[in-house]
Design a protein around this ligand. Sequence first.
Ligand code: ADE
Length: 224
Amino acid sequence: MRIDIITIHPELIASPFEHSILKRGISKGLAEVNFINLRDYSTNKHKSVDDYQFGGGAGMVMMIEPIAACIEHLKSQRKYDEIIYTSPDGELFNQKIANNLSTLKNIIILCGHYKGIDERVREKYITREISIGDYVLSGGELAAAIISDAIIRLIPGVISDETSALSDSFQDGLLAPPVYTRPADFNGQKVPDILLSGNFEKIEHWRAEKALERTRKRRPDLLK
Ligand code: ADE
């Protein structure tokens, strides 16, 4: 899978892809992530990509020309399955959307900034708008990194234990059950006996019960 991230801060977004699971997925060739500096597509001498909004009002707006030039250039090289814009007014990101996006071949993520993008970009190019939560970030880069992380770890082969991604919270619509590792007794805080029993059928049953119990308590909305 290929993710092309259009940003005015390529240096800000690179780091999450240089560590751990994402790094491994990329070095195995299972995911390719490119950072495209939007300023490279600005034709004015200051390399600016924003301007005042028509009609007045506070806040700058990202101009259509550099974005259009950038997206047209990318589209001339390959076909894209989705062109995503990160924005607080998009659909709320969740595991289902991550699952869906992880099956695609090529996507673009355009990182928003300032007051937003010229509406005509949305009309002409954007196929999907995604918000990572009901709060406003100073730019779309962190949102793009979060979306990419959630997608890449789902690509088969990225996580070495194939079943691990499937047992994540949300993957089956429930939160994950509690997990423990050694020591079995930490100053009197004991690991539940069942997990030490070796009876895998009973352990699976216990985990399913705990997942349901935790979801009921913390996120009853997921059970509706
Ligand atoms: N840009 C600013 N805030 C955002 C949010 N909550 N989600 C996605 N992109 C954003």
